[in-house]
Design a binder for this molecule. Structure first.
Ligand SMILES: Cc1cc2nc3c(=O)[nH]c(=O)nc-3n(C[C@H](O)[C@H](O)[C@H](O)COP(=O)(O)OP(=O)(O)OC[C@H]3O[C@@H](n4cnc5c(N)ncnc54)[C@H](O)[C@@H]3O)c2cc1C
Length: 314
């Protein structure tokens, strides 16, 4: 079976979760990459992770991301390449585009798979549901298979392949340009929640938007990024782009410092891939504390400044 793997990228900057999707897809058949937009520079990387062919799919509407344009172009690439399946990373773009592809092809889409096994044309899969609190075993029998991979369920491993570049020029109607990127805001620092080795995350227990200054300072000192819980974004203390959890970012840093966060399942699923968790909380029975590798019981607004002072003294 020929499997197209959607390369998630932002104007040619690869989303690393794509490499996990390549790794997960390799046992399912011959792997080919679908690069939307004229970004041939991505071809060597996807070849390194198993793409026998890298399809560079071009059209003026594909210079930047657009869910409908990407989906329409991907369907055309699927038909031209003869692929029977598309695997995408379970990123916002990956899930959105594959949902559109499912609608265009009238085919089922299975989101958030953690394991897939191919047998006799069907795929048996385990996928996460209910925000990660349930693992479902399911079988996909559709002729055209559309699947996304849960972030951090698979460790990306290289497996070099030819990566022969094939260019496909698609035909897109202007009507697919309904959703476009109209503006871009430059991130203030190079570290993002997705790439930072340490995430310092704050919850309701931090108490106020002003108190987040200490978390920002600590993150700056230890090379981390600041995240938060949904209560914090609901209160308007931090932007939604900082939120970790089921309806926010999924992160997997080396260390996750949860400051005044109770550890509700909807938060936990966003950071459960972290290698180590340190909880700072006044309640020793809080789920975040009982599940953490390390815990400090106390007021976060006393502990974080003390840690900052100790770091500065060093
Ligand atoms: C469909 C759905 C989706 C959701 N998606 C998300 C999501 O993506 N992300 C998310 O985070 N939540 C999400 N939620 C909300 C989630 O259920 C919780 O309500 C939320 O995570 C709780 O945030 P919190 O831990 O900051 O607040 P709380 O649950 O109120 O916990 C505050 C914690 O701070 C501690 N504390 C208080 N004062 C201090 C202090 N001075 N020092 C130290 N500790 C202190 C308390 O002991 C407590 O453990 C979702 C909910 C639903 C229903």
């Amino acid at each position: 079976m020929k499997v197209l793997v959607l390369v998630d990228h932002d104007r040619g900057t690869l989303d690393e979760l794509t490499l996990q999707a390549f790794t997960a897809a390799r046992s399912l058949g011959t792997i080919e990459a679908a690069i939307l937009g004229d970004y041939e520079s991505l071809a060597p990387t996807v070849a390194e992770y198993g793409a026998a062919t890298a399809h560079v799919i071009t059209h003026p509407l594909l210079v930047d991301y657009g869910s409908e344009a990407w989906a329409d172009a991907l369907v055309q690439a699927m038909l031209i390449s003869g692929a029977q399946a598309i695997v995408a990373p379970g990123t916002d773009r990956g899930n959105e585009v594959l949902a559109h592809v499912g609608a265009l092809l009238n085919a089922p889409m299975v989101a958030n798979c953690v394991e897939i096994t191919a047998a006799d044309g069907d795929w048996s899969m385990i996928r996460t549901r209910w925000g990660g609190s349930l693992l479902e075993e399911t079988t996909l029998t559709a002729d055209r298979k559309l699947v996304t991979i849960t972030p951090h369920a698979v460790v990306a491993e290289p497996a070099p392949a030819a990566g022969t570049v094939q260019r496909i020029e698609v035909d897109l109607d202007d009507s697919v340009a309904r959703t476009i990127v109209a503006d871009r805001v430059q991130a203030e620092s190079g570290l993002t929640l997705q790439t930072a080795p340490v995430v310092v995350a704050g919850g309701r227990g931090v108490g106020s938007p002003e108190n987040f200054a200490a978390l920002d300072e600590l993150a700056g000192l230890i090379g981390g990024a600041v995240g938060c819980s949904r209560v914090v974004t609901n209160n308007g203390w931090r932007p939604h782009s900082d939120q970790v959890g089921q309806t926010g970012n999924r992160v997997a840093p080396d260390l996750y410092i949860a400051c005044g966060i109770s550890g509700a399942i909807q938060h936990w699923v966003g950071m459960m891939g972290s290698k180590r968790v340190l909880a700072i909380n006044t309640d020793r029975e809080a789920p975040m504390v009982t599940k953490a590798d390390y815990a400090v019981i106390g007021d976060v607004n006393e502990i974080i400044p003390a840690v900052i002072a100790a770091l500065k003294a060093r």
